[in-house]
Design a protein around this ligand. Structure first.
Ligand SMILES: NC(=O)c1ccc[n+]([C@@H]2O[C@H](COP(=O)([O-])OP(=O)(O)OC[C@H]3O[C@@H](n4cnc5c(N)ncnc54)[C@H](OP(=O)(O)O)[C@@H]3O)[C@@H](O)[C@H]2O)c1
Length: 332
């Protein structure tokens, strides 16, 4: 199998707006111990990429400075001790940066097979949001059949993944969105109750709909004044999981309900987790979620495709928040 010595990849310099991203040439990475080299066909675009590009979310020290957290493509080289995959295998993978490139090195344990019947384009959109939602909502949050979940921003990559997984595991889904087309998109994914927060008070609506028990889990990346409302909507032993805080990281909170209803507030970031932790999440996904793809219970939410040369446009679309579901870059 021929491995190129150089590759095309993005470079966003010291950061800035979408126009800061240039396409450049650089050396192809070498696979380290336990890693494989993947020739990237498609890379997913995620909101953390936008934050990294703008300079507000620097990559961890051991990560590639190149943008991109998820890819799908073909294994073209094996690092020392890399197991399971062979040359020519098609995989999708959670990468530690470096996805917006023709070739990326990734731990073999962070690769997953392409779900049966799925294209590389659709598979590239899976890892970042499925790893995040799985570990937070199901591992940490213990969401189980018969429970209910409130998912803020249901049309986002994270939200559309959470809606589908919660429905596949037998839960009632409440979700918030900012437009009528986003509402229709979420209903189509199976959400039971969709509230357009620009037209209705989501707090009052969910309070009414989920009465008298309240919701079991809230998945939030908005933060700010949502904190108090989220806690108020949780019932006994409720869990609030914070993935980000797009509208502010500070808020006031009455601690009374935490005691009286045994509420747990937690959160996590996927990127700084250890190699072993990410491998464990991949194993959980493969065992418990990948069969759902084969069974047709989960579908692709890719709604926009750009070439690598159009990467700035892809970022502009994401920053406009007008998109539904996922955006991908065609690399090959
Ligand atoms: N903790 C982790 O490990 C982790 C991993 C991945 C992503 N995340 C975070 O999860 C969030 C969603 O990521 P994603 O890739 O799924 O995002 P996305 O597809 O770009 O969706 C973001 C959505 O957020 C809504 N929104 C709410 N407040 C906003 C604001 N102030 N500015 C812009 N949009 C706002 C918009 O929908 P409406 O029009 O409906 O408001 C928008 O479409 C991001 O904050 C991201 O950083 C966290």
């Amino acid at each position: 199998m021929s491995i190129p010595s150089t590759m095309r990849h993005t470079d966003h310099g010291t950061g800035g707006g979408p126009e800061a991203i240039r396409i450049t040439h650089g050396p192809v990475p070498q696979p380290g111990p336990g890693q494989v080299l993947v020739r990237v066909a498609y890379a997913g675009v995620n909101r953390p990429d936008v934050a990294q590009r703008s300079g507000s979310y620097p990559p961890p020290k051991d990560a590639s400075p190149i943008l991109g957290l998820e890819v799908a493509g073909e294994v073209i080289a094996l690092g020392e001790g890399a197991q399971r995959w062979k040359l020519g295998d098609q995989v999708c993978a959670l990468v530690h940066g470096g996805g917006y490139a023709e070739v990326v090195a990734v731990h073999a344990t962070h690769c997953l097979p392409i779900p049966a019947g799925w294209s590389l384009k659709d598979a590239a959109s899976l890892p970042e949001t499925y790893f995040t939602v799985w570990v937070n909502v199901f591992d940490t949050g213990h969401l189980s059949a018969g429970e209910s979940i409130l998912i803020h921003g249901g049309s986002s990559g994270i939200g559309s993944t959470a809606i589908q997984l919660a429905k596949a595991f037998g839960c009632t889904v409440y979700t918030t969105v900012g437009s009528a087309d986003k509402a229709a998109f979420c209903r189509n994914l199976g959400a039971d109750h969709v509230i357009n927060y620009r037209e209705a008070d989501f707090h009052a609506e969910v309070k009414r709909l989920a009465a008298p028990k309240g919701v079991n889990l809230v998945l939030d990346y908005i933060g700010g004044d949502y904190l108090k409302k989220n806690v108020d909507l949780l019932g006994m032993d409720g869990r609030l999981i914070q993935l980000a805080f797009m509208q502010g990281r500070e808020a006031m909170l009455d601690l009374g309900p935490i005691l009286m209803r045994r509420i747990v507030i937690t959160g996590s970031a996927l990127r700084p987790r250890t190699t072993d932790q990410k491998a464990a999440i991949a194993r959980g996904l493969e065992a418990q979620v990948w069969p759902l793809f084969a069974a047709g219970k989960l579908r692709s939410v890719v709604n926009a495709e750009f070439t690598l040369d159009q990467v700035a446009e892809a970022h502009r679309l994401m920053e406009s928040s007008a998109h539904l579901g996922k955006i991908v870059l065609r690399i090959a």
